[in-house]
Design a protein around this ligand. Structure first.
Ligand SMILES: NC(=O)c1ccc[n+]([C@@H]2O[C@H](COP(=O)([O-])OP(=O)(O)OC[C@H]3O[C@@H](n4cnc5c(N)ncnc54)[C@H](OP(=O)(O)O)[C@@H]3O)[C@@H](O)[C@H]2O)c1
Length: 283
């Protein structure tokens, strides 16, 4: 099976390249420098050259605060970029997989979000990602949207690596206790995605099992590292984030489970990640 991966320089993209390399796939990874998803000609060229069966897009403008001030860039990459990919995939009859986010939800439901729940993004990042979902789904019926959440992966810019760094020089770390989500290891997204390649198109939620607050997440990281750092719980209000995040963006795994796909718990995923980071010079 031939697979193109766009956004291959990002944390999920890198993981997919590693993971799909081990399997029976012929992969064609493209970083932003090689294929800019806002450049339709570049997309067309690689689809014509590589003739893939599947196109997976992990590319996105993911900096939530920056999206608030760089709206056009956010809508262009996360919205129009997804449309270009879907439309070119449609022309070549290539199955399209597009990664999206828990931030398409408002976070006010306080129960795990299912795929059919009404979206109501509150941030420009969330709105631009939702635009990408809608454009891709309405452009090409052979589109699968994968929503995931609180991602961390090797070599990525993510919460786990930030806490690890802070643990190296801080005595205490303040972390928000009133926002809930599902921390998710990129490797587990990749494994589930492989299983979805042969399933019907549509929207799927992929996250590690269970949920926690950022405070609980940080506490688990510090405890695993056995670091001598105090984790101080603070409210979102006290913390004063520039861009408010959804208070509860837990994704339901029910649809994934009903398709026979089960992910490990968030703590197990985290421990596996931290162990690999400590053990291996590969990352
Ligand atoms: N990170 C999370 O917590 C999280 C949570 C839920 C969902 N997601 C979604 O998961 C997917 C993967 O996220 P990630 O964490 O791997 O993000 P990431 O590490 O920021 O990777 C995104 C990659 O896309 C590249 N990119 C940006 N603009 C591009 C363009 N115009 N053309 C091609 N590539 C471009 C980026 O390059 P530069 O860095 O050079 O700009 C980066 O390499 C995204 O769709 C994201 O929305 C992420």
């Amino acid at each position: 099976m031939k697979i193109i991966i766009t956004g291959a320089g990002g944390q999920l993209g890198k993981e997919l390249v590693r993971l799909f390399n081990m399997e029976e796939y012929e992969i064609f990874p493209y970083s932003k420098q090689q294929v800019d998803i806002t450049n339709r000609t570049q997309i067309k060229e690689v689809l014509e050259k590589d003739r893939p069966d599947i196109l997976i897009n992990t590319a996105a403008f993911t900096q939530v605060d920056l999206c608030e001030t760089e709206l056009e860039k956010a809508y262009l990459i996360n919205g129009i970029g997804a449309y270009y990919l879907a439309d070119e995939a449609r022309e070549k009859k290539v199955k399209f997989f597009h990664i999206s986010t828990d931030y398409v939800f408002s976070g006010d439901k306080y129960q795990p979000y299912i795929e059919e729940d009404v979206t109501d993004p509150k941030t420009i990042y969330g709105k631009s990602k939702r635009l990408g979902e809608v454009l891709a789904l309405t452009t090409y019926e052979n589109t699968t949207i994968i929503r995931t959440s609180w991602l961390y992966g090797h070599g990525g810019n993510n919460f786990v690596n930030t806490i690890k760094k802070l643990a190296g020089f801080s005595k205490e770390i303040r972390v928000v206790y009133d926002q809930y989500g599902c921390p998710t290891y990129t490797k587990d997204v990749g494994i589930a995605l492989q299983k979805l390649l042969t399933k019907p198109s549509g929207i799927y939620h992929i996250s590690n099992y269970g949920n926690c607050s950022w405070f609980e997440f940080a506490t688990e990281i510090i405890s695993f590292l056995n670091a001598k750092v105090s984790v101080i719980p603070v409210s979102s209000k006290e913390y004063g984030l520039k861009t408010p995040r959804p208070m509860y963006s837990v994704l339901s795994s029910k649809k994934l489970n009903s398709n026979g796909i089960f992910l490990q718990g968030w703590k197990e995923g985290l421990h596996e990640y931290l162990k690999k980071e400590a053990d291996s010079s590969e990352y």
